[in-house]
Design a protein around this ligand. Structure first.
Ligand SMILES: Nc1ncnc2c1ncn2[C@@H]1O[C@H](COP(=O)(O)OP(=O)(O)OP(=O)(O)O)[C@@H](O)[C@H]1O
Ligand SMILES: [Mg+2]
Length: 242
């Protein structure tokens, strides 16, 4: 069982407090991070993936070791899909995935097989040798999801992975994420309740840099005061006025 523990994690950007004293522990399974624009979801994911550091006094621990000390060992277990990412338009999907695999330190002789494996998982095998510049938005999203799966990561962080996908791809992506979640921690941010409602083992609701609720879908939906006990109504209860 893996654990990712955040202790008193805050983040200021100048006068703006994006995160305010978060304390939370993630364990194996899918955790949905739900919150409106500006809630702090991407900031949290960028801290977990070491793209930015949190304010002094906070700490992130991977399996009881501070990530600042774990260094490359920690980065090797992460698969990360940032919210906005430019793809190299002249690269083919295969070349792009191979390139990321090399950056991740995957053994050269395994790169070709690993590339085929992850492209097949996102149903892009037939497009592997086409240039990314000609891909649709949804195909690009799937290439970005594919690269997170390289090298069997134990911690997968997906920042709005379903943005721009059509309904069929949304379902395929949801099922793929669900299948992946065994023996690893998967954290997904979204504003789209239906993307995580059926697959998340746990949901964190975040508002203005603070975790305002945390539980399973069943636990959370029992808190709905008006209307059907569904996650969308809870979302409106918490965020409807903001
Ligand atoms: N580099 C930055 N410089 C200044 N302020 C920032 C920076 N990055 C984020 N912020 C601010 O921090 C807050 C949290 O932003 P963040 O991107 O983490 O939110 P989010 O929940 O991911 O939102 P969205 O759903 O729109 O992606 C926002 O008020 C945002 O304007
Ligand atoms: Mg974001």
């Amino acid at each position: 069982m893996n654990s990712l523990r955040l202790k008193n994690v805050s983040k200021h950007y100048g006068a703006k407090q994006a995160l305010n004293g978060l304390n939370v522990t993630f364990t194996d399974g899918i955790c949905g991070l739900l919150g409106p624009n500006g809630a702090g979801k991407s900031t949290l994911m960028n801290i977990i993936t070491q793209n930015i550091t949190c304010d002094k006094g906070g700490e992130v621990m991977w399996n009881c070791v501070p990530i600042a000390k774990a260094g490359a060992d920690y980065r090797a277990v992460i698969g990360f899909m940032p919210q906005q990412q430019e793809l190299y338009p002249t690269f083919t999907a295969r070349r792009f995935i191979g390139y990321i695999a090399a950056l991740k330190g995957i053994e050269p002789k395994k790169i070709s097989e690993e590339t085929n494996r992850v492209l097949s998982l996102v149903e892009l095998s037939d497009d592997a040798d086409k240039r990314l510049g000609g891909f649709s938005g949804g195909m690009k999203q799937r290439v970005l999801i594919a690269q997170t799966l390289l090298g069997d990561p134990k911690l997968i962080i997906l920042d709005e992975p379903t943005a721009g996908l059509d309904p069929k791809q949304r379902v395929i992506t949801r099922n793929l994420i669900h299948d992946l979640s065994k023996d690893r921690i998967v954290i997904i941010s979204t504003h789209i309740v239906s993307d995580i409602e059926t697959i998340a083992d746990r949901i964190l609701l975040i508002k203005e840099g603070v975790i305002i609720d945390d539980g399973t879908v069943d636990e959370l939906t029992q808190k709905v005061k008006e209307g059907e006990p569904c996650l969308e109504n809870l979302y409106m209860q918490y965020y409807g006025e903001s």
